[in-house]
Ligand binder design. Structure first.
Ligand code: PEP
Length: 251
């Protein structure tokens, strides 16, 4: 059966020293605990080697927040999936709405990033979700369907089974406007139905679909109680060890 996952996304926060402090706090908080979910923290590229080494042997896995859409070569400033893998990271967040909105990441670019992540043994956490005006226009399902078809539904079934999805309504990210648990459930069920139509029910049933968007210690339990919500991708609340631990404890 599918895994429950609580994944943090630090975004562009924390210097290396601050990140080490936060990762150490979290490691220590979870040192005598067996969480009922997989725990992942997404950290900036500059932190990957150090934080991966620090968390080696703990229950916490490490994710990059991005990877390049090219394998290697003359792409100054980019970091390849192979480089990410070589740091000890296991996961890679791909397609975050901030990457789509501020860095022009298209369906085609995200398709390449996903393939490169998979080919290098990284597990993608692939983000999808609609803008506020798209929800207001009632076309959130069409948007999410197009995102899946545009970047992921080229994958073989074997490849697709390596993916975790994160449904993140853009209007809920960093705004305090959490989707209701019913809104999250409705979208997650719709996503699972699309996966079933494409890859069959067993693959759909085995795909972890996380919710992201102002998820915190106060609302995680309610969100995670929904049958198709398999955890969360957590931004702001992952920057405080006690609060992130409380979200993990919601399972
Ligand atoms: C995110 O960055 O993926 C996110 C969900 O952020 P926040 O939890 O702060 O809304």
């Amino acid at each position: 059966m599918r895994k429950n996952i609580v994944a943090g996304n630090w975004k562009m926060n924390k210097t290396l020293q601050e990140g080490v402090e936060l990762a150490t706090e979290l490691r220590d908080l979870l040192s005598n605990v067996k969480p009922n979910c997989e725990v992942v923290i997404g950290v900036p590229f500059t932190h990957l080697v150090t934080v991966s080494a620090l968390l080696h042997g703990s229950v916490i896995a490490v994710a990059a927040e991005n990877c390049a859409d090219k394998a290697s070569g003359a792409y100054t400033g980019e970091v390849s999936a192979a480089m990410v893998k070589s740091t000890g990271a296991e996961y890679c967040i791909i397609g975050h709405s901030e990457r789509r909105l501020y860095y022009g990441e298209t369906y085609a670019i995200l398709k390449e990033k996903t393939l490169l992540a998979l080919n290098n043994g990284l597990k993608p956490i692939f983000c999808i979700g609609e803008l506020k005006e798209e929800r207001e226009a009632g076309c959130q399902n069409d948007v999410v369907k197009a995102q899946l078809e545009g970047s992921l539904f080229n994958l073989t079934e074997d490849e697709f089974t390596q993916i975790a999805l994160a449904y993140e309504p853009v209007w809920a990210i960093g705004t305090g406007l959490t989707a209701t648990s019913d809104q999250a459930q409705a979208m997650h069920a719709f996503i699972r139905q699309l996966i079933a139509e494409k890859y069959g029910q067993p693959t759909a049933d085995n795909t972890s679909i996380l919710y992201g968007g102002s998820c915190n210690a106060g609302n995680a339990k309610e969100l995670f109680s929904k049958p198709d919500v398999d955890g969360g991708l957590i931004g702001g609340a992952s920057l405080k060890s006690q609060e992130f631990k409380a979200i993990i404890d919601a399972f």
